[in-house]
Design a protein around this ligand. Structure first.
Ligand code: GTP
Length: 539
């Protein structure tokens, strides 16, 4: 039982350990998943926020540049109109036009110089006092305008070097004479210093880079790091610029390595399309930010959270270890308590058995004759009362045989008291064996006096039974030299029988049996006697 209990306890311990580990792992896993989901959401939010900010800033540059181009186009239109309205014609208007061009350069921000050329590329007028004469017919842009002669288009030159560390572009418009023929062109050169200020104004972090590139991929405006970036051609396979161009979209967001620095960046690029302003070549505005800088705080926070999570895992494991140690102790105490309980239960059981045994012995002693082991007088009296009531209920007769050993005093005197005891035991055994019905009872009711209780037995049957008993005792042939009725031990018996009536009538039955025994003795012993008529105890 203790082993079973131990086994159950161990199973319980083992089971609870596994359950605890399972619950802890599930809890930590769930927390890990929640943290991971939260971090992923956070990263996405940072990325989206950064996209949005970069898009806004690139939009500012885009719109300013667009406005710049529109202003230049408008000024070119105005100049065309003014020239057409001049009665002196193109060439003769020169003093007026020089003045007009200087005013134009001074009023429009971001313009470095404006030059008016005739149909052959000769300088007719210029805002630059150092460039008043000569021919620009060899210039690529001038040649293009002379060939195409498209009015309404703002021609965009390829970027070219201005000084050691500055690049710019020139914008040109074809001009017509009164008859609508090609009359020359007006060129406007952008001022990289002034437009660079515009790029600077949109920065909100130190790690940003803004560029403006020609459609051929050449960067002609850049802030900061102009030295390393200016003149760089981005039109290569796999660059962010090429990816943007290939996307065919006006605005795109890219992540990747910057060609200039090799740093991973997030970049927004926005194109001023030829179609939207009627310009000859597209211009691409880009603004980027260092990827690591964008996520620096997020990564720091993520590291902290990961460390905290690890700390939590360690603390949980330690706590579980402590808890297990504690629960092991509890289990041990439980086991010890159980062992003690089992031991005390066993002791109690043993004591209980002993008590039961003793009680049984006492009960036996109370109802059994100590010498012969058959029922004693108390037992006989109780059985008599009980059988009397039962036979009364069932309407059955009850008979009693009273017996007494003949001349037993002489037997004792002759053979000794111990031998006398042995003789009584032999007689009791014989009496017991002679009873065949389960509810018949034989008892030793006095020294050498015995009685038989025969329920459901009429007088005739009881007499026959008594006679058989008497004969069997005699047949034991226990020598009795002191007896006056024979050479062996004999008994005398008195029989009485009754149909039970009144509750106390069994006393009369007992007395009648005693009476009959007395008569048996008186008539010579070694015989059975009974009054022939049955006793009517109801009277
Ligand atoms: N050995 C022994 N003797 C007993 C026991 N109980 C009673 N006796 C003896 O039995 C004898 C009974 O004697 P009595 O009453 O005079 O009767 P009796 O000698 O048998 O004579 P009758 O009954 O008239 O035949 C006494 O001597 C008792 O001591 C017992 O338990 N053991």
């Amino acid at each position: 039982m203790l082993n079973n209990y131990d086994h159950t306890l161990k199973k319980l311990q083992h089971g609870s350990r596994r359950l605890e580990l399972l619950l802890l792992s599930a809890g930590l896993l769930l927390l890990g998943v929640i943290i991971l989901a939260w971090q992923t959401g956070e990263e996405r939010a940072i990325r989206t926020g950064e996209y949005s900010r970069l898009s806004t800033q690139s939009g500012i540059i885009y719109h300013d540049l667009r406005r710049q181009l529109m202003s230049i186009r408008a000024s070119h239109y105005n100049l065309q109109a003014e020239l057409l309205s001049e009665p002196a014609g193109f060439v003769r208007a020169r003093p007026f036009i020089d003045k007009r061009l200087r005013a134009f350069v001074q009023t429009i921000v971001g313009v470095r110089a404006t030059i008016l050329l005739d149909a052959d590329g000769h300088i007719l007028a210029s805002s630059d006092p150092d460039q008043q004469r000569g021919s620009l017919a060899d210039n690529e842009l001038v040649q293009r305008v002379m060939q195409e002669r498209q009015t309404g288009i703002l021609y965009v030159s390829k970027p070219y070097q201005l000084t050691d560390n500055l690049l710019t572009i020139t914008l040109a418009s074809a001009l017509t004479d009164e008859q609508g023929g090609f009359a020359g062109m007006v060129l406007t050169e952008l001022s990289p210093l002034e437009i660079g200020i515009l790029l600077d104004s949109v920065f909100y972090a130190d790690d940003m880079q803004a560029n403006i590139a020609h459609a051929d991929g050449t960067i002609f405006l850049a802030e900061p790091n102009a030295q390393t970036v200016l003149g760089l051609n981005l039109s290569r396979t796999g660059t962010l610029f090429t990816r943007h161009q290939l996307s065919g979209r006006k605005i795109s967001v890219q992540e990747g390595l910057l060609l200039s620095s090799g740093e991973k960046s997030m970049m927004v690029q926005q194109t001023i399309m030829p179609s939207e302003l009627n310009i000859s070549d597209a211009l691409v505005v880009s603004i980027s930010r260092n990827y690591d800088a964008i996520f620096a705080k997020f990564r720091h926070d993520r590291l902290m959270i990961a460390l905290l999570y690890l700390l939590l895992v360690c603390v949980s494991l330690c706590a579980m270890r402590l808890w297990r140690r504690k629960s092991k102790q509890v289990f041990r105490e439980l086991r010890r308590a159980q062992q003690e309980t089992v031991a005390s239960n066993a002791l109690l059981l043993r004591l209980n058995r002993q008590l039961e045994q003793q009680t049984e012995n006492m009960r036996s002693l109370a109802f059994l004759d100590e010498l012969t082991g058959i029922a004693n007088r108390r037992h006989f009296n109780r059985s008599l009362e009980a059988e009397w009531r039962r036979c009364q209920r069932e309407g059955q007769p009850l008979s009693v045989i009273m017996m007494d050993v003949d001349y037993f005093k002489q037997f004792n005197d002759l053979y000794g008291h111990q031998h006398g005891d042995d003789g009584l035991v032999c007689i009791a055994t014989s009496l017991k064996n002679s009873l065949t019905r389960s509810h018949d009872l034989v008892a030793r009711i006095g020294g050498e006096e015995f009685a038989c209780l025969l329920p459901n037995t009429p007088l005739r049957g009881a007499l026959a039974k008594a006679e058989r008993i008497r004969a069997e005792i005699e047949a034991l042939a226990l020598p009795h030299a002191g007896s006056l009725v024979g050479p062996v031990v004999t008994i005398s018996a008195g029989v009485a029988s009754a149909m039970p009536g009144s509750p106390a009538g069994y006393l009369d039955l007992l007395q009648a049996a005693d009476e009959a025994l007395y008569q048996s003795k008186k008539l010579g012993r070694n015989r059975v006697y009974s009054q022939l008529s049955a006793i009517d105890t109801e009277n």
